[in-house]
Structure formats: C-alpha cells, structure tokens
Design a protein around this ligand. Sequence first.
Ligand SMILES: Cc1ncc(COP(=O)(O)O)c(C=O)c1O
Length: 374
Amino acid sequence: MSNELIDLFLLDRGRTHFNHASFGTPSRALLDQAQESRHRFEADTAGMPDHLVPGLRAAASRIEASLGLTGGQAAITMNSTEANSALAASWPLGPSRRVALLSLEYSSVVVAWQLACARAGASALVIDLPLPTTRQAVLTRLERLPSDIGVLVLSAISSTAALSLPLAETSALCAERGIDLIVDAAHVVGHGPTDFSLPPCAALFASAHKWLPGPRSVGFLWVADQLADRVKPALVALRRDTATLAERFSWRGTWDPTPALMVEPALAAVAGWRADGLLDQAVATADASAAALVGLGLVPTGDSTLRTPRLRAFVVPDTTPAVLEQALAEAGVVAWVGTDPTGPTILRLSTHIYNDAADVRRLTDAVAGAVRRI
Ligand SMILES: Cc1ncc(COP(=O)(O)O)c(C=O)c1O
C-alpha cells in the first residue's frame, strides 16, 4: 500500500491514506526530535515559562515569512480554533459592525463569530453558497454584502469544500468598503508546492499541524498593527495583559510547547520534499485522483480557478455519506466524507508524498462501488 515514503510516518500500512489534512500526520523523525526537546525541558521545568518566548517568537516569524505577511504582530497558538476564538472574543463588533461568513466555513469558526455577535447585540450573516460553485458566484455574493457588515471571515482554503477562495479580489473589495478581512488559513502552512503569499488583511489564523510533518498541535495568529493590542486569548491565563501578541499567547496555563518548537525543522522538511519534486508528485496524484473521480460522475466542488494544490473535494451524486463511508471502509481507504451545510454529499481527499497510482486505483474502485449501490 502506497510507496515506500509511507515509512517516514507512523501510518497504518494496511490502509490507503487520503486524509492527513484533517489532523495532520507527523513524521517519525520529527516525533523523535520533539521527544529529545521534551527531555531537555524536563531538566528545568520551573524555568520553562521564561525560556519559552524566544522560541515561540522564532516559530511565529518563520510561519509569518512563509505566508508573506509583513508588519503587524504574530503569535503561536495551539491551533486555528484557539486563534479564531481569540479574534472573535476581542474584535470590535456591534449592530452596525456585523460579521459575514460563507456557509462553507468551518463550523466552529462560524459558531465562535455567531456567539461574539450575539454578545455584542448583533447577528452574524451566514451566506449560503451552494456547491458546486464558481469564482464568480463567490465574488457576486461578497460584492452584495450589506452595509452593516464590518468584518468578513473567509478561508484561504476552505475545509469541507476544499476551495481556494478568491482572496486577492476579496481583500481589494474589503479595503474599498472599510471591512476588516479575517483570513482562515488553517490549510495553508506547508500546503505546497509553493509557499503562499497572502494579500492584505486585518488578521489571519492557521494550523501548522495539518500540512507540516511536525507533532500536533501548533497554530498561528497574525494581527495587523491597528488591532494587535486589543486581541487577547479567549482562555484566561497568565500573561493575558502583556505587551506583545507573542507573549500574551505564550502561556495558556501549563502546556506542552514542544510541537511549537518543531515548526522550524518541519518547514525545513517540507522545503526538502519540495526541492526533491515530491510535492509536485503529490499534486499530480491529486490531479489523477480528480480525473478518475470525475470519470465516475463526481463533480469538483468548484471551478478550476478555485482548485488547491493537494486538497480536493467532490459532490458525490446518487449516494449517501453512510454508503460512501462503508464502501471506503471495506476497501481500507481513508478519506473525508460528510455533507456541506447546503446539502450535498462530499468526498474530500488530501494527497501526500506517500500516495501513488495504486492508491488512486483503490480509491476510485471503492467510490465506483458506492456510486453503483444506489
Ligand atoms: C478551514 C478550517 N478552519 C479551522 C479549522 C480548525 O483547525 P484546528 O482543529 O487545527 O483548530 C479547520 C480544521 O479542519 C479547518 O478546516
């Protein structure tokens, strides 16, 4: 099953893996390195909080640079969820400064902003975007935002629908309308083949365990200068009122900072895979999977301009999530199956350096079985 590179990870070789994007898959090498780092910390646990900040700052700067962000302040968080919750709890909102999100956004991200709006006496606007969709359909909805929208939360790469949303156009639109653009970049860091460079925004958050091979969990938060002083962790902990974003997020009660300190070697591992052409190969595997699935009647969730390198999703007609899940499980294929809030059954794949042509055949045979069962 898969090519020999699967042995770089701890994945079960008896199955075919197309879902590292949900929670990440750390490499054996980085897990070992993390264990050594933990042992060093154990030599002086009382000194841990004080020794932490420089390492966290360095990790945040590396991610910031990989995203092409400049100015503002950056911090390491546990994950996207923590970073988004902090933004929602801290951002200025009110009846004339409501939040808008598309229906395809990650559900806990939507709920965090709905709760924040409710606390501010307002309601969040969740805009239905039926799948499959197009770049134009997304832009048309965003161009029609009502005048009381002060904040737009948009994924760089969306979760279930796996779409690379039109950030550059949206950033320009938000600048023109005085809307704060907050970018959910949970699926961006390490998702090659090239590094992303993001257009201007007011804040951005990401997870660094989904596409980097370091141990989970690591998140990232970046806030533009004008609001950086205002953003505080939603979890009340020591250092809440310190001067910089990096310090404020450096202590969340007693925690294990080791995964955060593995960001640098994890980025280096991805750079090595890129240089060796392995990420291009993983993109080619994603393309081959997509072609085969389209041949079975599945429909990509978005037009080709919304395609991401290695995260692909499809509307699966004439089946149910339960039937599809069962067919994949029987074939030993691991992929994400669920429904979009607007209704359709979705199959989502993420490809990695260990996937090969035999994996694509196993996947498509399993899906063909599910489509025929209806
Ligand atoms: C688009 C998006 N945002 C946020 C999250 C939450 O990420 P995490 O669980 O790392 O906090 C996810 C998780 O899959 C996601 O896909």
